[in-house]
Each structure stands twice: as C-alpha cells, then as structure tokens.
Design a protein around this ligand. Structure first.
Ligand code: SF4
Ligand code: SF4
Length: 132
C-alpha cells in the first residue's frame, strides 16, 4: 500500500488483505535498526517475519484500518516494511489483490498521479501468495 494524499490506496487496501506480507526480521523494532512494531509480527522462518493476520485465510494485516474498497489506512504507515513500500499501485500484485476484492484495475490516470518509490527494492520479503 502507498497511502500518500493523492494515492488511490486510501480508497482500497486490497493488497493488505490478500497476500502474506513477509520481510527480514531485522526490519522489526526488536532489532536496533528496525521500525515495524515487533508485536504486530510473527516469525515464519529463521530470517523472516510476517505481519500478523496475513497468514490467515482470508488474510488481513492487523495494521489495516477500515474496510477494503472504502476509506482505509495503515496504522503503522511510517514504520511499514520494505515489502509494503515495494508493492506499487498498478503493478500485477495490485491488480490481483483488487480483483480478489471485486475492484477493477486502477486506471492509467490513477496510476499516473503517483511518483514511484524505488528506495527499498531488493530486500528479502514480499507480498506473496505461497507459504514460506
Ligand atoms: S491493491 Fe493497489 S491500489 Fe490497493 S492498496 Fe494495494 S497498491 Fe494500493
Ligand atoms: S503494514 Fe500497512 S501497508 Fe503493510 S500490509 Fe499492513 S496495513 Fe498494509
């Protein structure tokens, strides 16, 4: 989710309620450099944690506020993981998540409003469909 003022994500939230959201455990705040509240994560491997709620079926991140497709927000937006920062509006995962929730793909106009943030690419975690 990308929830800037102009972002279509503020009226969506589908990717936060579709994928397993995993990332390197060191991004959690029980590591000196981490930001994501560790209490909102659970360990899924020696190196990875996942946002609580995203291992459930159906998945829904505990930090997601509001109803998918309505007015939504991320309770830990400034502290969210690289996996959340990397998933960009309009990409394939966005399309699939929105489809699952009965929402159409974003329009070019909606996507065109956004600036692309590549700063956190190449990290270990992801929004993924499969088990770890
Ligand atoms: S599914 Fe797409 S539009 Fe919806 S919150 Fe995620 S990135 Fe934003
Ligand atoms: S931490 Fe925030 S942006 Fe990431 S999946 Fe949860 S609600 Fe979405």
């Amino acid at each position: 989710m990308k929830a800037d003022v102009e972002s279509p994500c503020t009226g969506c939230g589908a990717c936060c309620a579709h994928f397993r959201v995993s990332f390197y455990w060191g991004e959690a705040d029980d590591h000196p450099d981490g930001t994501v509240p560790a209490a909102l994560t659970e360990r899924i491997s020696p190196f990875l944690v996942a946002m609580r709620g995203t291992l459930s079926e159906p998945p829904r991140c505990v930090a997601l506020q509001g109803e998918v497709g309505g007015e939504v927000g991320c309770a830990i937006y400034a502290q969210r993981s690289s996996s959340c920062r990397e998933l960009l509006p309009g990409e394939d995962k966005c399309v699939r998540a929105r489809q699952r929730h009965g929402l159409p793909p974003l329009t070019d106009a909606q996507i065109g409003k956004l600036s692309v943030d590549h700063d956190a690419r190449g990290r270990a975690g992801t929004h993924s469909d499969s088990a770890p």
